[in-house]
Design a protein around this ligand. Structure first.
Ligand SMILES: NC(=O)c1ccc[n+]([C@@H]2O[C@H](COP(=O)([O-])OP(=O)(O)OC[C@H]3O[C@@H](n4cnc5c(N)ncnc54)[C@H](OP(=O)(O)O)[C@@H]3O)[C@@H](O)[C@H]2O)c1
Length: 373
């Protein structure tokens, strides 16, 4: 009896403590928009979202110009590009509130991919000097200036524009590292599901550069696009389901995850692998995404431990050698970023709205207008 009462009061205390923690965290979770930024300090224009919501919450604001730490590089941003992550982070849903801030987003800046010119370097940076043209990954790249770590940047190849270089980092790394995860080999048959978005257009070209025979799955309107970037075979998903065909693949590189474990397994060779890159891109709905994530992580990866065909998930890692390799592939003409459209910084909200509607062809790039990219 005593034990029962103790358990009851313990449960009530835990619930009350959790409630109090949630309440306090909720009201304390402000962001830089609450403060009067850049009253005196040197300022710049940057894209921010002070609240969660539709792409309309994304605004061009005057903010404090960042100052690099000893280990950072200050970049004059020439171009940045959007990734599915940017579209997901702005949305108002409980997953974002739990991860990025309960009441408001803690980090109000958008953009990760960047290409620009080195403006200043911290005292521990020896690899770059002012004036160098670079590309890579940083926080808040949708701005006139941004700070990046030295390990996140490489020199931009001379024949590549700022807009092209800014299109590459996250999507290019995701494609390259995913194809490696599947241990891609010359002569293999590789199917790319979701071949025409940011990651897919790089995956097609990088797989070709490895010497694979590539089948691209796309919409009718993108058949010419995937042919132009080197796909050997094309499956129009509006007319044909690739999991019902007679072909068997060494690798499925899956950006969409819109088929079950059993359907995909059917078209994999005995020792084939399905690399789970994503779940449909910027246009995917939250419920759909959660269903696909759990279907892949728990069902497909779990079940494939009992079969010779493997399903493998991975997280893209920041890798300087991989960024340099992507630069080399561009310089050699083996990878040419597909850019659907270039917007100005002040048009970021419109750019995000179009991107978040789904179905972008390749990448959407945003230039700062500081200088022609
Ligand atoms: N693993 C990681 O660490 C990592 C890193 C970065 C990105 N990602 C993920 O990778 C995925 C792709 O990113 P992205 O930047 O390429 O997105 P994206 O640019 O929005 O492209 C999405 C692609 O999915 C296709 N698609 C959507 N619905 C489809 C359907 N029903 N059947 C066939 N294709 C369909 C789209 O083609 P249509 O135009 O024909 O619809 C498009 O080719 C995202 O889910 C993203 O979160 C993962």
């Amino acid at each position: 009896m005593k034990l029962k009462r103790l358990a009851k009061w313990s449960a009530i205390s835990i619930v009350c403590a959790l409630g109090a923690w949630l309440f306090v965290s909720y009201w304390r979770s402000g962001n830089e928009c609450d403060r009067n930024a850049a009253a005196q300090a040197p300022s710049m224009k940057a894209i921010r979202y002070c609240e969660y919501g539709s792409p309309e919450v994304v605004k061009l604001d005057e903010v404090e110009k960042p100052v690099p730490t000893d280990d950072q590089i200050l970049l004059k941003v020439r171009a940045a590009s959007l990734n599915a992550l940017d579209a997901y982070m702005v949305r108002d849903n409980w997953v974002n509130r739990l991860i990025f801030g309960l009441r408001k987003p803690r980090d109000t800046r958008l953009g990760r991919d960047v290409a620009g010119q080195v403006e200043a370097v911290g005292k521990n940076i020896t690899e770059f000097k002012p004036g160098d043209e670079v590309f890579g990954i940083c926080r808040g790249s949708l701005a006139e200036y941004a700070c990046a770590a030295g390990r996140a940047l490489v020199i931009k190849p001379p024949g590549v524009t700022f807009a092209q270089a800014a299109a590459v980092p996250l999507a290019g790394l995701t494609a390259l590292q995913g194809l490696r995860k599947g241990n891609i080999q010359a002569g293999q048959k590789v199917l790319i599901n979701g071949a025409t978005g940011g990651v897919g257009t790089f995956a097609v070209q990088i797989a070709k550069s490895f010497g694979a025979e590539v089948t691209a799955v796309c919409n009718t309107r993108n058949v010419d696009l995937v042919r132009s970037i080197g796909a050997d075979h094309i499956i129009d998903y509006t007319k044909e389901d690739f999991t019902k065909g007679g072909q068997r693949y060494d690798m499925i590189f899956d950006n969409v995850a819109n088929h079950s474990f059993f359907e995909r397994r059917r078209v994999l060779k005995t020792n084939g692998i399905c690399v789970l890159a994503g779940m449909g891109g910027a246009g995917v709905k939250q419920g759909q995404a959660l269903g696909r994530i759990s279907g892949n992580l728990f069902v497909a990866c779990g079940l494939s431990s009992f079969t010779s065909q493997k399903f493998a998930q991975y997280m893209t890692k920041l890798s300087k050698p991989d960024l340099a390799l992507l630069g080399d592939l561009m310089q050699a003409g083996k990878v040419k970023p597909v850019i659907e459209r270039t917007y100005q910084l002040g048009e970021a909200s419109e750019a995000l709205r179009n991107f978040a509607a789904g179905h972008a062809r390749g990448k959407i790039v945003i230039t700062t207008g500081l200088e022609s990219p």
